[in-house]
Design a protein around this ligand. Structure first.
Ligand code: FAD
Length: 113
């Protein structure tokens, strides 16, 4: 989860905050049921004041992240051929860290020649 208005105040009216929550996997729940379940979890995290938080909107983004099934290697080969490399989260695991780490490895391989 993140609080986008903390870095971009125009994302929320003055004195209010915008909370963004990401979850993954298809739960089969309706939008309202999923929002309700997440709200209960947020109340457990942040205390009773979170009961006042209002659900504004949900977005279902199909294929938002690369599949990462159990047993998949931690990292795919990055060098495909001489002078041909690839990087990104899908080459390792679905996170910013994997995107940055594989990008750095490719950059270092190119520099090393
Ligand atoms: C809702 C959501 C929440 C997330 N939250 C977190 C989080 O809290 N922490 C975390 O670590 N990770 C999070 N992630 C995952 C993280 O955002 C990704 O793993 C990361 O951004 C992947 O970076 P990338 O550079 O590999 O790929 P991308 O960011 O997907 O970049 C790939 C780029 O290539 C472009 N592209 C695609 N095809 C072509 C083409 N044919 N020609 C030219 N350009 C093309 C795309 O437009 C895109 O700009 C989240 C992802 C989502 C969707």
């Amino acid at each position: 989860m993140s609080f986008p208005a903390d870095v971009a105040p125009a994302y929320a009216p003055a004195g209010q905050a915008l909370v963004s929550v990401s979850t993954h996997g298809d739960t089969g729940l309706s939008e309202a049921a999923l929002a309700g379940r997440l709200h209960e979890e947020l109340i457990a995290w942040f205390g009773p004041s979170a009961r006042q938080w209002r659900h504004l909107r949900s977005y279902r983004i199909a294929h938002a992240l690369p599949a990462y099934p159990a047993g998949q290697p931690v990292q795919q080969p990055l060098r495909l051929a001489e002078g041909l490399y690839r990087c990104g989260d899908w080459a390792a695991y679905p996170s910013l860290n994997a995107a940055l780490a594989t990008g750095r490895q490719v950059a270092e391989a190119i520099i090393a020649g």
